[in-house]
Design a protein around this ligand. Sequence first.
Ligand SMILES: [Zn+2]
Length: 380
Amino acid sequence: MVFLSSLIVGVVQLMKVLGRFNRARAARLTLPHFTCQTPLFMPVGTQGTIKGLTTDQLEEIGCQIILGNTYHLELRPGSQLIDDLGGLHKFMNWKRALLTDSGGFQMVSLLHLADITEEGVTFQSPVDGKPMLLTPEESIHIQNNIGADIIMALDDVVKTTITGPRIEEAMYRTLRWIDRCIAAHKKPDVQNLFGIVQGGLDPVLRDICVKGLVERNLPGYAIGGLAGGEDKDSFWRVVAQCTAGLPEDKPRYVMGVGYPLDIVVCSALGADMYDCVYPTRTARFGTALVPEGVLKLKQNAMATDERPIDPTCPCMVCKNYTRAYLHCLVTKDAMGSQLLSYHNLSFMMRLSRDLHMSILEGRFPEFVRGFLRMQVCLVP
Ligand SMILES: [Zn+2]
């Protein structure tokens, strides 16, 4: 009885939609460690850190939730040690929300020798080369140890560019695995388990998966298997179809997305949450995100440019440093990628806030038009 009532509290109170414009929503997401606003961008902190930034700095730029990679955390330092030391929040000194992925995607994408069977994902340990097996039960066990506010079901991931019976097999297996994840989940009162919609680019398979997951009445749902090389029209069509079939009162998370433009479009289609390594990865290559698109700090023209990265950006980097100074640092000194990561994540947080406020204030179409006009006209 205690278990049931706590489960219901976790499910019912998680999301409150505060405003809408057509399909776009601005919502409040009440997670165990922090109350977030959607649309919500999650930076990826592979091993409990966003490279080069302190947790104080992440709070300063308005970061509400960080994604931790279960696969990397299990390899080092190990989920048992994280649990023994009080969970990942305490371990990394992060008081706000956390989400962990299932670990499956990393294995399939990073390890050539990963093999998927009904039991789970078999892979060769990068530490000692021995065969290892990640089952739905093991993924949930590890994520229970890590202690994130949102945990993800283990799914059978296939690239959208693959066609044929493998897509159907993966979708049905994802549905079978969700029941094993639900049964294995030991902390439904403090950790919200999200299911993942698979089905490639096939609308019939996506529909079966959406319906199957919605029947399980999960706290939230993710749209998976996208951002893998499919064309934009197919990508947006799948997002639009899935958001239309998912419950109005539950968060919808588009995994591995994305570029600022993708986030704006997916929010218009009714999605709420996103994660992507792009802002921090591109920072390490010397590229800054600006309203016009991107600014490449390595270019010779930057060497004498006294302006900040983005004169309209209120972040610490834009207040204090010139493009000329950053030009000297980028790709040569760790400080360069730290400062650019700080600015790029500030840009994404500002975009999330702007989306939220424009929906709440009934000026979402104007915001989207303004955003698109800047991006389309001024990108070189
Ligand atoms: Zn800035």
